[in-house]
Design a protein around this ligand. Structure first.
Ligand code: GLC
Length: 744
C-alpha cells in the first residue's frame, strides 16, 4: 500500500510539474539554473544545430532546435508598440486580422516625462503586448543621443543627455523583461543620424564616447540587465559596429562583462571573418537595408551560416567563438522562450490605453503660455477653430521600423471634439497640405488627405475662419515621411516644412488667441514664436494622441513635461553643425563617410552653456498651469571624501491655484578643473507632485561619480579634489538655487 501511495504522490507531483521526472534532461528542468540548462543544451548540440542558432531563418525569427524541443526565437519591432505580422521573408504584411496593437507614445515623449515610474509602466505594458503576441525579443528601446536636430530617428530615442537617457531606459527594460520578453537596446553605438547610416565612420575621442554616447547603453546593461543589444549600422574605427572589436569585444563584453546576445541590425553584417571574431552573436537581415531589398531565402548563405560552417569544417577557424555565441543565444532563449514561469501578457487592454494616455499627458511640454491663454476657458460656449494637417493625419503609420498597425489612433481633432463636447463648437480647416501618403509596408491609414487647393487658398480660408473664433489651435509640426521624422533619412533643415510658418504668421495676425501645437520628434525653428502666445510640444503620442492633447489643452491634465533636448534657434547654434562634421566627409574612392565629432562632449545644453548661446527653449524647459517656488538648496556637508556621498535638499512649493508636478533638476559644476568641462551637467532629477499651497522637500544624494569626468589617458573616471557647485533648477537655463561644496 505504502509503495502505491508514494507512486501516486510522485506521479501527481511530476504531473503538476512540481518536480521533474527523474529522466528529465537538465536543459528542460526548470528547477535548474539558466547556466546549468545552457551548458546541458550546448553539450547536446551538433555543429549544424549550433550554426543554425546564430543567424536568422526569416525576416524576424531565428532557428531553435527541433530535435531537442527548443523553440525558434521570435523578434519584433518596435519601441512604441508591437509591429504587425509580416510575410516570412518580406517586409510586406502577412494580412493577419488580430495583430493590431496599442501604439504607445514615442520614446522622446517618455523621456519628456522625466518620470522613471512612467518608464516602468511603459515597459510593462508594451512587454505584455509582446508576450501576448508570443514575441521573445522586443527590438527596442533606442537610446542614441540627440546630437543633431536633423536625425530622422530622434523621435525613437531619449534626448541629448546621457544621464536622463540612462535613468529613463532602465525601468523600461525591467518592465518589458518582467514579462519574460527580452529588450534589445539599440543602436549600439554612435548611430546618431540616418543619413549614410550604413556607411558613416564615426570618429569620436574616448572621453566623448564614455561621457556622452555610452552611458545609456552601460546603464541598460549594468542596471537594466537587458538580455540583448542591437549593434548599429555605422562604422567605428573603420569596422562596422555589428562586428566591432572595440565596441563589442573590448567594451561591451570585456569592460562591462556583458553576458547577453549581440544582435546585428538588419543588414548590418558585412564581412565573413569579423562576425566570427568581433563579437556578433546573432545575424539578422543580411543583404537588406533594414527597410526593403534583401536576397530571397538567403539565410543559409548568411555570413554566420554555411560559410562559417564550411570554415570550421575545413579547419580554417576553430569553434571557440561559436560556443560563446551559442551560449549567449541559448541564454537569451532560457530567459525567454524556454522560461516556464512567464506571465501570459495582454493586448489592447483598457490598462494599456490608460497607460498610453497617461504617459502622453505627462510627456507633453508646454513651451510658452503668455497671459495664461491655456488652458482653454470653456466656462461659456466658445468657437474653437482647429487648423493644420497634423490635427487629422494618422501618425502611428510611417517612420520606418517603428511603424505600427494601431487598433485605434485618436486624432487631435477628434480628441478635442470629444473633450469639449457641447461647451464649444469646434471647426476644422486644413491650413496646409503636407504628406498625403497613407501607408507603410501595406499598413494603410484609410485616410484620403489629398487636397488640391493652393497654399494661398488654404491660408485665406484659415484666416477667414479665424477672424471670429474665440480660440485658434494650429496643429502642425513634422510627420513620419522621409526627410521628416523617419528612419533612413535625415531632415534637410530645421524649419517647419510645407509652408507652415506662413500659415502660423497669418493666423497670428487674424486672432491673438492662437495656440501652436507642434507634433514632432525633433526641435523645429519657430521664427513666429514672439507672435504666438501659446506653444505646445506634442510628440508622436500614439493611440491616445487626441485624448492626451485635449486633456492638456482643456486643463484636465496639468502639463508637467520638460524638454529632453535643446531647441536651437538655428542650425548655426548646433555643435554638430558648427564644430562637428555632420553629415560627414566622403572618402575619395570608397563609399565611406568619415565624420569627426569635433564638438566632443559639448552636445546640447553643454554647448549652449559653454558658448553662451541662448537656445529657443532650453533642455529641461517646460511650463505648468501652476507656479512653483523653490526654497534654498542646502547640502548636508560642506566637504566630502571620494568615498562619501553628499545629500542636497530643497523645498518646493506649489504657489498656484491648481495641482501640478514639477521636475526638479540637479546640475553639478566643476568650476576649477584641469580639463575642459561643461559649465554644468545633469546629475539628478525628481518629479514631485504638489497640491496648491503644498510644500515638499526634494532630496538628492550624489557620490564621486557625479563629480567625475572620463580621463581617456588613464582610461578611468576621475573626480578631481576641489570646489564643486550644485544647482537646483527648473530647466538648464533656469537655476533656482545653488550651493558650493568641496571634494577633499
Ligand atoms: C531597421 C532598424 C532597426 C529595426 C530593424 C528591424 O533597419 O534600424 O531599428 O529594429 O531594422 O526592422
Amino acid at each position: 500500500m505504502k509503495k502505491f501511495l508514494v507512486a501516486v504522490i510522485a506521479f501527481s507531483m511530476s504531473a503538476a510539474g512540481l518536480v521533474q521526472a527523474a529522466d528529465t534532461p537538465v536543459y528542460l528542468d526548470s528547477s535548474k539554473s539558466v547556466e546549468e540548462r545552457v551548458e546541458d543544451a550546448l553539450s547536446r548540440l551538433t555543429l549544424e544545430e549550433k550554426i543554425g542558432l546564430i543567424h536568422a531563418q526569416s525576416k524576424f525569427s531565428s532557428r531553435g532546435v527541433r530535435r531537442l524541443g527548443i523553440p525558434e526565437l521570435w523578434t519584433s519591432d518596435g519601441p512604441h508598440g508591437i509591429r504587425s505580422e509580416v510575410m516570412w521573408d518580406e517586409w510586406r504584411q502577412a494580412g493577419w486580422t488580430n495583430d493590431s496593437c496599442v501604439a504607445f507614445p514615442a520614446l522622446t515623449c517618455l523621456a519628456a516625462t522625466w518620470n522613471p515610474a512612467m518608464s516602468e509602466l511603459y515597459g510593462k505594458s508594451i512587454g505584455e503586448e509582446a508576450r501576448y503576441r508570443n514575441k521573445n525579443v522586443l527590438l527596442g528601446p533606442g537610446v542614441n543621443i540627440y546630437r543633431t536636430p536633423l536625425n530622422g530617428r530622434n523621435f525613437e530615442y531619449m534626448g541629448e543627455d546621457p544621464y536622463l537617457a540612462s535613468r529613463m531606459v532602465v525601468p523600461y527594460i525591467k518592465g518589458v523583461q518582467s514579462n519574460g520578453v527580452a529588450t534589445c537596446v539599440k543602436h549600439y553605438a554612435l548611430n546618431n543620424q540616418e543619413l549614410n547610416r550604413h556607411t558613416t565612420n564615426a570618429i569620436v575621442d574616448d572621453r566623448t564616447l564614455y561621457e556622452i554616447y555610452l552611458p545609456a547603453f552601460k546603464a541598460a546593461v549594468h542596471e537594466g540587465g537587458t538580455w540583448s543589444i542591437m549593434a548599429s549600422y555605422n562604422l567605428y574605427k573603420n569596422q562596422h559596429v555589428c562586428h566591432n572589436q572595440y565596441l563589442l569585444n573590448d567594451i561591451l563584453k570585456g569592460e562591462w562583462g556583458y553576458d547577453g546576445a549581440v544582435i546585428s541590425d538588419w543588414g548590418g553584417t558585412h564581412d565573413s571573418i569579423q562576425p566570427i571574431t568581433n563579437g556578433l552573436d546573432l545575424e539578422f537581415g543580411t543583404w537588406t537595408d533594414g527597410l526593403k531589398l534583401g536576397k530571397k531565402n538567403a539565410y543559409d548563405s548568411y555570413f554566420l551560416a554555411d560559410p562559417y560552417l564550411e570554415a570550421i569544417k575545413s579547419g580554417r577557424v576553430g569553434t571557440k567563438e561559436l560556443d560563446d555565441k551559442v551560449r549567449r543565444v541559448l541564454r537569451l532563449m532560457f530567459r525567454t522562450s524556454m522560461r516556464p514561469d512567464r506571465p501570459f501578457g495582454s493586448m489592447c487592454s483598457p490598462e494599456h490605453y490608460d497607460a498610453a494616455r497617461r504617459i502622453a499627458g505627462e510627456g507633453i511640454v508646454l513651451l510658452r503660455n503668455e497671459g495664461g491663454l491655456l488652458p482653454l476657458n470653456l466656462s461659456t460656449p466658445k468657437k474653437v477653430l482647429v487648423v493644420g494637417e497634423n490635427a487629422v493625419k494618422m501618425m502611428t503609420i510611417g517612420g520606418g521600423s517603428s511603424s505600427l498597425k494601431a487598433q485605434h489612433e485618436i486624432s487631435p481633432l477628434d480628441g478635442l471634439r470629444s473633450a469639449v463636447g457641447d461647451k464649444a463648437e469646434v471647426k476644422y480647416v486644413r491650413g496646409y497640405v503636407g504628406d498625403v501618403s497613407t501607408d507603410q509596408d501595406g499598413v494603410v491609414s484609410g485616410q484620403n488627405l489629398v487636397d488640391d487647393r493652393s497654399a494661398e487658398e488654404l491660408i485665406a480660408e484659415a484666416v477667414m475662419e479665424a477672424k471670429d473664433a474665440d480660440y485658434v489651435i494650429f496643429v502642425g509640426g513634422l510627420n513620419k515621411s522621409p526627410h521628416q521624422d523617419c528612419e533612413d533619412s535625415d531632415r534637410r533643415g530645421l524649419g517647419l516644412p510645407y509652408g507652415q510658418d506662413a500659415v502660423i504668421e497669418a493666423l497670428a495676425k487674424a486672432n491673438k488667441n492662437l495656440v501652436v501645437v507642434s507634433v514632432s520628434g525633433n526641435a523645429v525653428a519657430m521664427p513666429w514664436v514672439d507672435e504666438v502666445p501659446a506653444v505646445v510640444q506634442a510628440w508622436y503620442l500614439g493611440s491616445e494622441a487626441g485624448n492626451a492633447l485635449a486633456d492638456v489643452l482643456t486643463g484636465r491634465v496639468n502639463p508637467s513635461g520638460k524638454l529632453p533636448f535643446s531647441f536651437p534657434v538655428c542650425l548655426e547654434d548646433v555643435a554638430a553643425h558648427v564644430m562637428g562634421e555632420y553629415p560627414g566627409v566622403k572618402r575619395q574612392n570608397e563609399n565611406i563617410w568619415d565624420e569627426k565629432y569635433n564638438e566632443g562632449i559639448l552636445v546640447g545644453y553643454r554647448w549652449h552653456d559653454t558658448k553662451k548661446i541662448r537656445p529657443l527653449f532650453a533642455f529641461g524647459h517646460g511650463l505648468s498651469y501652476t507656479d512653483f517656488e523653490y526654497g534654498r538648496l542646502t547640502a548636508d556637508k560642506k566637504s566630502m571624501t571620494g568615498d562619501e556621498t553628499v545629500t542636497f535638499e530643497i523645498p518646493v512649493t506649489n504657489t498656484g491655484k491648481v495641482a501640478g508636478a514639477e521636475v526638479v533638476q540637479l546640475y553639478i559644476s566643476d568650476p576649477k578643473s584641469s580639463v575642459m568641462r561643461p559649465v554644468k551637467e545633469l546629475k539628478g532629477f525628481r518629479k514631485v507632485y504638489l497640491n496648491p499651497g503644498e510644500t515638499k522637500t526634494v532630496t538628492f544624494t550624489v557620490g564621486r561619480d557625479a563629480l567625475s569626468y572620463f580621463d581617456a589617458d588613464r582610461h578611468e573616471w576621475v573626480a578631481e579634489p576641489g570646489k564643486f557647485t550644485a544647482h537646483a533648477a527648473a530647466a538648464s537655463d533656469d537655476i533656482r538655487s545653488s550651493v558650493d561644496f568641496t571634494l577633499k
